[in-house]
Design a protein around this ligand. Structure first.
Ligand code: PMP
Length: 425
């Protein structure tokens, strides 16, 4: 039964049972309307209320200002955002250069001259920077290469180069080869597959005293809502819902409003074509989605509803909001790591201690030297005790315990006890 299992899957992840119970009612009959939440129009007032409440609750929980940041709900998952971040941030860069060229040549300059000047700037200076620290930032980098071509994409750091070709460390920030005025610097705050998490916001990307600084974009799919985020340091952060927020099917972007009209308007398709740059699909254009309060096209209100219920539950549970959850997340992770570290002859934590993730705890079972056999035995025995979803990602193998918000403290304790007990048999 559900009550007997603690599920450590990496995503989709465990959802709080009471949220699912409420949602199952809502699926049949939402607020006594006789219709389920998945049947109501996405343009109904009740759908808009669900969207607006989820936006407000997210801002309240993470403690950012809705005056400065727009929250949008998208589809296409984290993978869709690999593309969307490129299109939207390159578009914003072009818009800024366009304004600078008009300023330089005068508003009456002929169009061909403007395009020529802009083309030169694009060819000489357009760069998107990637900090690659694991499988997901690697995929995002590869998507940028696919969309823009290698001339515009800068691999500013690659963690594999300092760790025998494998992920598991974060290169020292002093070695990052950041571009001058990059359209964005992209990184993944928590690498779900490799168990690597940035311990804190990378200082080298922090805004300068005058407010200027790099345009920072982060993928927070697998650690959002688990610790305090200095939102004002980011131009964009995004996350799929299916780990810490809710059910699969909705993706959230938190976007600095100064990247939207009236401050910045995305370049027209005609101009992008003249510059040899890709034209974004309309569903990936933040400007369009934001203008329509996430309802440019049909959005799964059911998924937004679940996310909203999870946020309300977090706000009810933790009077001090994300800080409360952060303390619990740290405690759970430290209990599990301590159990692993107590038996170095049986377990090896994969990532370096300085960057190991609180959310995805990746380790190998090296007992008796036969890793394959030991891991099979570990998984089998764990499953028989109701500890499931522990198999590592197919690309790296090993064991991965995903310690998302929905894992209760008792669940982490149960796993730690099992780790101890398995080491002793
Ligand atoms: N980024 C991270 C950090 C992830 O963990 C995942 C999925 N596990 C993705 C992006 C891709 O998300 P999706 O499958 O929703 O496209």
């Amino acid at each position: 039964t559900r009550a007997e299992i603690t599920y450590f899957g990496a995503g989709p992840a465990l959802l709080p049972t009471d949220v699912l119970e409420t949602a199952s009612q809502a699926l049949l009959n939402y607020n006594d309307t006789g219709l389920g939440i998945a049947e109501h129009s996405h343009r109904s007032e009740l759908a808009t209320n669900i969207i607006n409440e989820a936006k407000a609750d997210l801002a309240s929980y993470l403690d950012f200002s809705a005056n400065d940041y727009e929250v949008i709900f998208l589809q296409g998952g984290g993978t869709g955002e690999f593309a969307a971040s490129v299109y939207n941030l390159v578009g914003a860069w072009v818009a800024r250069q366009h304004a600078a060229v008009l300023n330089e040549l005068g508003a009456s300059a002929d169009e061909a001259a403007v395009v020529a000047a802009l083309r030169e700037r694009v060819e000489k200076h357009l760069k998107v920077d990637y900090i690659v620290t694991g499988g997901w930032s690697l995929k995002a980098y590869q998507e940028a290469l696919r969309l823009l071509g290698p001339e515009y994409v800068n691999l500013a750091a690659d963690a594999r180069t300092i760790n025998d070709g494998k992920f598991g460390k974060i290169p020292d920030q002093s070695t990052w080869k950041l571009s001058e005025d990059a359209a964005m610097v992209y990184y993944c705050d928590n690498e779900t597959v490799d168990g690597v998490e940035f311990p804190e916001f990378p200082a080298v990307l922090a805004p300068r005293a005058d407010g200027s600084g790099p345009i920072v974009v982060a993928d927070m799919s697998s650690n959002i809502l688990s610790r305090r985020v200095p939102v004002s340091n980011y131009s964009l952060l995004f996350f799929g819902a299916q780990k810490n927020l809710g059910s699969t099917g909705v993706t959230v972007a938190v976007l600095k409003k100064s990247l939207l009209p009236p401050t910045i308007t995305q370049p027209s398709p005609a101009l992008l074509r003249k510059l040899g740059l890709p034209v974004p699909p309309i569903v990936l254009q933040y400007e369009i989605v934001a203008k329509n309060n996430s309802l440019y096209n049909t959005l799964s209100i059911f998924d937004v509803y679940i996310a909203g219920q999870v946020l309300k539950r977090l706000l009810r549970t933790y009077p001090n909001k994300v800080d409360g959850q952060q303390a619990v997340s740290e405690k759970k992770a430290s209990i599990i790591y301590a159990a692993l570290e107590a038996h170095p002859e049986v377990y090896r934590v994969v990532p370096d201690k300085s960057v190991r993730s609180r959310m995805n705890i990746c380790f190998r079972v090296t007992k008796n030297g036969n890793v394959d056999e030991a891991e099979k035995a570990f998984l089998k025995e764990a499953t028989s005790q109701g500890l499931t979803g522990l198999k590592g990602h197919r690309s790296v193998g090993g064991i991965r315990a995903s310690n998302y918000n929905s894992i209760p403290l008792e669940g982490a304790e149960k796993l730690a006890k099992f780790i101890e007990a398995f080491a002793k048999v």
